[in-house]
Design a protein around this ligand. Structure first.
Ligand SMILES: O=C(O)C(=O)C[C@H](O)[C@H](O)COP(=O)(O)O
Length: 232
């Protein structure tokens, strides 16, 4: 299979999903079965997608299982460092791809396979390069270590149209600061479904963290809408 049909629909879907979700759980899964439980636990908390990193051998099978069995759930493939991992993600049915950095060869390959791709950047030069290579959304990584919201505010001067997904060191309490920045579509992070909770099978705690994140996003968005109305 080429996957090009599904990927064409997903091309608009990544940015739409990010803007709607506000937060993207970044996960490392150990089996397809665990990924299905995880998707259900996240959905029970009100989150409709996740980024499955290619940091475990189970990543491709996990993406395939979730996209097959939970068609409404959005599954991104993360840590796509090579063209081979892009192929594996496309063949597993991933809705979009993500990388921590910007590798022109990987980007070109993702484009040739019709995979919507979010490359990473941590500096002005890297952001400039990612945008020049056609990125629609850029993963600001590692967000906290690279400067957090101060970096985002500084980059917004010369790059006001850049749309960002900050990831790296972000936790639920940081969401209001990040999501108040107009360039930020969503924040990624491992805190919602970290490896220790997955290994312990503590899906109830994952649902609790997902609900907390989803509630926080909803409150931030509601307040922003109210301010907008009052200001208008
Ligand atoms: O695997 C990748 O492609 C990455 O870019 C790294 C992850 O996004 C970070 O590991 C996020 O981890 P936290 O800082 O715990 O939220």
């Amino acid at each position: 299979m080429t996957g090009s049909g599904a990927a064409a629909g997903a091309a608009t879907r990544a940015a739409d999903y990010l803007a709607q979700a506000g937060v993207v759980p970044v996960v490392v899964v150990s089996s397809a079965d665990q990924a299905l439980h995880l998707a259900d636990a996240l959905a029970a908390g009100g989150l409709t997608g996740m980024e499955v990193t290619f940091r475990s051998a189970a990543a491709a099978a996990a993406i395939r299982a979730v996209t097959d069995a939970r068609p409404g759930f959005v599954v991104g493939a993360g840590t796509l460092l090579t063209t081979a991992s892009v192929d594996a993600a496309v063949e597993a049915g991933a809705h979009f791809g993500v990388a921590p950095g910007t590798n022109p060869e990987v980007l070109a390959h993702a484009a040739s396979r019709g995979l919507d791709f979010i490359p990473g950047a941590a500096t002005a030069s890297e952001l400039d390069r990612a945008l020049a290579l056609g990125a629609d959304v850029v993963k600001l990584f590692p967000a906290e270590a690279a400067g957090g919201v101060a970096l985002i505010d500084a980059l917004a001067g010369p790059y006001p149209h850049a749309r960002l997904m900050p990831t790296g060191g972000i936790r639920v309490d940081d969401l209001p600061r990040y999501l108040s920045r107009p360039s930020v579509l969503a924040c990624g992070g491992t805190w919602i479904a970290p490896r220790d909770l997955l290994e312990a099978g503590d899906f109830a705690e994952i649902t609790r963290r997902a609900a907390s994140a989803a509630d926080t996003v909803r409150t931030i968005r509601d307040n922003a809408r109210k301010e907008h109305h009052h200001g208008a």
